[in-house]
Design a protein around this ligand. Structure first.
Ligand code: SAM
Length: 263
């Protein structure tokens, strides 16, 4: 009997209706390179495998890895990578499989934000991503400027992926039930960049600084990166708050700062 480990964010899906819906939504096809993050006891692993014939999975828990490797009936076509997904090289896997990856996972909620940033660093190796996440995180990912959910996560994602919230899942669909509601979301890397971003690191610095102190105005939050004239030069009012600025406007400010620095 496998006991759910809190430190690995383990909440196992048991609701067959939700499992079916997830697999139908992902709709994996033979020949695609699908990789599951945190297969756990295999709740979605088995139907994913049935749909596409081959699957890579990244799991950290050795007891669960043993369970998957000795499953009965066997999980034929499954390659389990024993690894911490936060260090996993998705680019190398995409190269080995010869096609961009379709990434799927009922994610461990305790590492979901750093994990998404780790994946965004390798987004060129990814065709799309489907994740079960805390509902609140999905709301922050997909938020529109101006609201309380709009923040650093929204703006960082907008530069690289389209965020498509799909459906909600109640705690009772998992064992043990999490304390929060969950949501399933699709992230699709942009085929064409939505705005110019020649220096992604500078964009990230500007966004992190802007949202470092939410209640303050750009004039204050950006004071170590941009002066008032530089903020005004891209048509922004330095008296605005960070949540009032669109991703394209943050990108324009980063471009302007780069140009002024002569880079
Ligand atoms: N996919 C299964 C399901 O839906 O029932 C399990 C989902 S459970 C929420 C999260 C899974 O991620 C667990 O199997 C857990 O062991 C695994 N996990 C947690 N942290 C991990 C990490 N750093 N690297 C790889 N897997 C991890």
């Amino acid at each position: 009997m496998i006991v759910a480990r809190k430190r690995f964010g383990q909440h196992f899906l048991h609701d067959q209706g939700i499992i079916r819906r997830i697999v139908q939504t992902v709709a994996p096809q033979p020949g695609e390179a699908v990789v599951e993050i945190g297969p756990g006891r295999g709740a979605i692993t088995r139907p994913l495998l049935a749909a596409c014939g081959k699957l890579d999975a990244v799991e950290i828990d050795r007891d669960l890895i043993a369970l998957l490797r000795h499953a009965n009936p066997p999980l034929e076509g499954l390659t389990v990578h024993e690894a911490d997904v936060l260090r996993f090289d998705f680019r190398a896997l995409a190269q080995a499989r010869g096609v961009p990856l379709r990434v799927v996972g009922n994610l461990p909620y305790n590492i979901s934000t750093p994990l998404i940033f780790h994946l965004l660093d390798q987004v060129d190796a990814i065709a799309d991503m489907h994740f079960m996440l805390q509902r609140e995180v999905v709301e922050r990912m997909a938020a529109a400027p101006g609201g309380g959910d709009y923040g650093r996560l929204t703006v960082m994602l907008a530069a690289q992926v389209q965020v498509i919230p799909l459906f909600h899942i109640a705690p009772g669909s998992f064992t043990p039930p999490p304390r929060v509601d969950s949501a399933f979301v699709r992230l699709v890397p942009h085929a064409v960049a939505p705005f110019p971003m020649p220096d992604p690191a500078l964009y990230a610095r500007v966004v992190a600084a802007a949202f470092g102190q939410r209640r303050k105005t750009l004039r204050n939050t950006l004071k170590n990166l941009a002066d008032e004239a530089q903020i005004r030069a891209v048509g922004l009012d330095p008296g605005l708050r960070p949540e009032q600025i669109s991703p394209a406007e943050y990108a324009a400010l980063a471009v302007h700062l780069r140009t002024e620095a002569g880079q």
